[in-house]
Write a protein that binds this ligand. Structure first.
Ligand SMILES: NC(=O)c1ccc[n+]([C@@H]2O[C@H](COP(=O)([O-])OP(=O)(O)OC[C@H]3O[C@@H](n4cnc5c(N)ncnc54)[C@H](O)[C@@H]3O)[C@@H](O)[C@H]2O)c1
Length: 330
């Protein structure tokens, strides 16, 4: 890397803040841009921060014209699947148009390296498990479609303008860094692990499991949980790989999954609280099983998840939520 300067867009959010911490500890000079619509000032660590909205086309353009970054990491997005169904316009605006603004600003200022947070939502209903990168892409939600649309943009921008990019398709991001005061604080929280833990700690009254009649061993959905710090490491490795492979699309997961009930049982065991769940009807479009084949990422990035252990993840999140029952301040 030339100067070791990177721009992290969406770096006040859950995954972005853990990435910014990791990158800073790896010796990179990190600048975070975020509009704080979902992120938290208190999640910023040792970074330059500027508050700006990616849908405001001129701001990033001006910023990139007067600052030179070795690479841009793009975490900013609207990311609630259900909301994307009821309000797709927000998703096309905040995901696709914002990403287009970013690419245009990069193109006109000579910034040529991008790491993009994509999602396993690009695949839609799995035809085979584990999911490989060459599985058909039939996203079933506007959220997933916006991620796929951006991946297509990145492909075209690489071919035509030489902007190299890695689209990293995360499975379920999980875990946190409680010793650094970093955790997961989405409002509303749609992710299972923090919700089960909030329930165990008496911070919410009910815990719904959506569907117990799926074709899985215990009838509940199975997901592949990947630690945010493992994701962060993969981002740095993906950037290094762009030298040799200018267009990357990789699954980031562990290759194995846990059912919703297994997660609840693990939280019960570690917290010592006997948890009673309420079974609600299935959510439309929830596949029974979403598990990555991460073999290509293992090979190309020379990367292996080292923190993605359910017991450790649950313990960390329990610690963070206990320390921050109301989430981040402010
Ligand atoms: N969390 C997961 O399990 C998961 C799984 C797959 C993919 N992803 C993707 O990873 C990325 C990060 O997810 P997350 O869970 O950290 O989300 P998050 O909501 O915690 O973080 C997103 C951040 O981007 C900021 N942001 C949103 N729109 C912006 C805009 N227009 N301008 C500037 N900043 C803006 C928000 O304020 C927030 O800080 C997203 O792109 C998401 O789609 C996440």
């Amino acid at each position: 890397m030339r100067h070791g300067r990177i721009l992290v867009i969406g770096g006040a959010g859950y995954v972005g803040s853990h990435f910014a911490l990791y990158a800073g500890n790896a010796g990179l000079k990190v600048t975070v841009m975020d509009n704080l619509s979902k992120g938290h000032r208190a999640a910023l660590r040792c970074t330059d921060f500027f508050e700006a909205d990616l849908t405001d086309r001129d701001t990033l353009q001006e910023h990139l014209a007067s600052n030179s970054y070795d690479a841009i990491f793009h975490f900013a997005a609207s990311c609630l699947v259900g909301e994307s169904v009821s309000d797709p316009a927000q998703y096309y605006q905040n995901n696709v148009i914002a990403a287009f603004n970013m690419l245009e600003a990069m193109r006109s200022t000579g910034h040529g390296l991008l790491i993009f947070s994509s999602s396993c939502a690009v695949y839609g209903m799995p035809e085979s498990i584990p999911l490989r990168e060459d599985h058909p892409k039939n996203p079933i939600s506007p959220y997933g479609r916006t991620k796929l649309a951006i991946e297509w943009m990145l492909e075209d921008y690489q071919r035509a303008y030489g902007i190299s990019s890695a689209s990293l398709r995360y499975f379920n991001a999980a875990g946190c860094e409680p010793d650094h005061g970093l955790g997961e604080d989405h409002r509303p929280e749609s992710h299972l692990i923090p919700n089960v833990i909030r329930y165990a700690l008496g911070l919410q009254n009910e815990l719904f499991i959506f569907g117990d009649d799926y074709p899985t061993p215990d009838g509940t959905c199975i997901r592949d949980y990947i630690h945010v710090t493992d994701l962060a490491e993969a981002h740095i490795k993906a950037l290094a790989s762009l030298d040799k492979i200018p267009l990357l699309k990789l699954n980031l997961g562990t290759g194995s999954g846990f059912s919703n009930l297994q997660v609840v049982q693990e939280v019960s065991r570690i917290s010592g609280v006997n948890l009673r769940t309420s079974i609600a009807s299935r959510r439309p479009g929830d596949p029974p099983k979403l598990v990555a084949d991460p073999g290509e990422a293992f090979r190309v990035l020379n990367w292996r998840p080292s923190r993605s252990n359910l017991e450790a993840i649950v313990s960390e999140v329990l610690q963070w939520v206990s320390d921050h029952p109301q989430g981040y301040p402010g």
